[in-house]
Design a protein around this ligand. Structure first.
Ligand code: GLA
Length: 369
């Protein structure tokens, strides 16, 4: 009897071990991470990454080329960095990213042409410091978009044209930004028209976050539908996808992808990362409990589940989704190390601090059918 019990116990622990033993989850044919995420997913969509010009000069460049098929400048093409003064553009950073991508035959997503954040101060004011009128601001927007899109014409296949124009307040439609206050909602349609005139072949996206929230989702849907009905050149919806271990739920994400599929445009997940902390939307001061920044097995397990959920659903909507871009390369550094809590280390990506694939990498790869 004792013997049977012992054998049963051994069997049970063996089974349990095979579930917890990470390497056992790697299928034999997929045990080489050097094949790269983009290759694993090529039958569904392109997998991209947001980069800084500096990262292209470190050993992360190798990881980028090994894993990703598309490159997005994290900051270098935003209006503030690229157009710091009215008559001055700063091209070095953006140019170096474009040159790297071209040399290595990677696609490039441009990010972004019109946003309320990281906009240069000069754009909204005149020499005396007064706010400019609509006519002046639209002319400046046109000059900016025409110059930037033209410079990279034929090199950038898709642009985030307008970023985050929808309000987070449930009872407010568009965000109360200087763009809206000065121009009214026209600036959105105009931005798309200017971009299309500068490069008729570029795919133009509207990009926003917290699209899983049903109220915000409907507002984004309404904006895009209205633009389409007016014949404005818009080709895609960018869902940023800055998510976390506790959201989105399967139902929320499924409803989101389903709803946006109804627009008949392409969807791209443009800024994917999954924070190992519960989602918070606003930056705040550190609290004593924020001291524990260890990447615990519990956090890892939750992150794995969320990554699996996301990719399983992305694959379900493969006919509509044309790209998934990670917002940063590895856990070595990410914008989430400083948001929502400055200095709180996060581990939101599929590669660890040393650029090695995490267990989440294999779980994501294993969702490919
Ligand atoms: C938004 C922007 C991105 C980036 C992130 C934070 O999602 O679209 O460009 O600034 O915030 O890194």
């Amino acid at each position: 009897m004792k013997k049977i019990l012992l054998i049963t116990c051994c069997l049970i622990s063996l089974v349990a071990l095979s579930f917890t033993n990470h390497t056992s989850l790697q299928p034999k044919s997929l045990n080489d991470s050097s094949k790269g995420l983009n290759a694993y997913f090529s039958k569904y969509f392109t997998i991209g990454v947001a980069v800084s010009p500096r990262s292209l000069k470190t050993n992360e460049a190798e990881l980028i080329l090994q894993q990703f098929g598309s490159i997005t400048p994290e900051n270098a093409m935003k209006m503030g960095p690229i157009h710091p003064k009215e008559n001055e553009y700063f091209w070095n950073d953006a140019d170096s990213i474009v040159a790297f991508a071209q040399k290595n035959n990677r696609k490039i997503r441009g990010h972004n042409l019109c946003w309320h954040n990281q906009a240069p101060r000069w754009i909204f004011t005149n020499a005396a410091g007064d706010t400019v009128n609509k006519e002046v601001l639209l002319q400046r927007l046109k000059d900016h978009i025409t110059t930037v899109v033209n410079r990279y014409k034929g090199k950038i296949y898709a642009w985030d044209v307008v970023n985050e124009a929808i309000s987070d307040k449930p009872d407010e439609y568009l965000r109360n930004s200087p763009w809206l206050r000065i121009c009214g909602e026209d600036f959105i349609a105009k931005a798309f028209e200017y971009a299309h005139a500068a490069d008729p072949d570029a795919l133009l996206f509207y990009n926003d976050y917290n699209e899983i929230n049903p109220v915000k989702r409907e507002k984004i849907f309404k904006l895009i539908k209205t633009l389409k009905e007016k014949g404005i050149p818009i080709h895609g919806i960018g869902l940023q996808g800055h998510w976390a271990i506790n959201e989105p739920s399967e139902d929320e994400l499924n409803k989101t992808l389903k709803r946006f599929s109804e627009l008949g445009l392409k969807i791209q997940i443009t800024e994917l990362d999954i924070s190992v902390y519960n989602k918070e939307h606003n930056s705040r001061e550190a609290k004593p409990e924020d001291q524990n920044t260890e990447f615990t097995p519990e956090k890892e397990m939750k992150q794995i589940e969320m990554y699996k959920r996301c990719f399983t659903l992305f694959e379900k909507y493969k006919k509509t989704i044309s790209g998934v871009t990670f917002w940063n390369i590895s856990d070595r550094s990410s914008w989430l190390d400083n948001f929502p809590v400055r200095g709180r280390k996060d581990y939101p990506l599929l590669f660890d601090k040393n650029g090695k694939p995490k267990q989440a990498f294999w779980e994501v790869v294993n969702t490919v059918k």
